[in-house]
Design a protein around this ligand. Sequence first.
Ligand SMILES: [Zn+2]
Ligand SMILES: [Zn+2]
Length: 227
Amino acid sequence: MRSLLDLVFPPRCAACRAFLEGHERHLCAACAASIVELSDPRCPRCALPEAPGLCPRCRDKAPAFTRVDAAFLHGGAIADVISRLKYRDTPRLGAVLAELCLPMAREAFAWSSLIAPIPLHPHRLRWRGFNQSQLLAEAIARLLGRRISVRALSRTRHTPPQVGRSGASRLKNVAGAFAARGDLVANSRLLLVDDVMTTGATAHEASLAALNAGAREVRVFCVARAM
Ligand SMILES: [Zn+2]
Ligand SMILES: [Zn+2]
């Protein structure tokens, strides 16, 4: 049954804004059909799709994190919802994405002793007004009865966006960009949460900082994995 609020503001699709039918939740049927759950084969280390065994990048140089769990392939309605969350100032979509990817997030969150979002540099945080990774981490953690740490990691260097860069250039761009607090991450099984992973360069650098500060192991959970 629909609530009174739903009658006044009928629920719309989180991706395309179409009005939802009674049985639809968050996404209309067309958008729901466009999302793809990440499935095997994938790289056991970085979750790159269609890689049976370690992918060439992980074989060439192992990332600092030991495993990536990702809910969806980046694309379709998931890409639309993430971009609306990030650029159109609709932070409530964090809760929508959290609900959509909860089944795929459970194991990684259960493994962790500490949960931290990939931080934004204070300049970008001021510009955007919120950190989308923090919203996602908080929303998933809330559904699982967990708390996150927003102080464990910080971004110490302002870096230009990674979009449009090659793998090597992405690594160079974020090298040494993160700091971790030893008093918070020491001996932890740290789960880093991000919205989208592309080459993994950002997650690698953040993981390095955490390991250097004493984290025992770092894994990553992201909503969407780009090819
Ligand atoms: Zn839709
Ligand atoms: Zn890999």
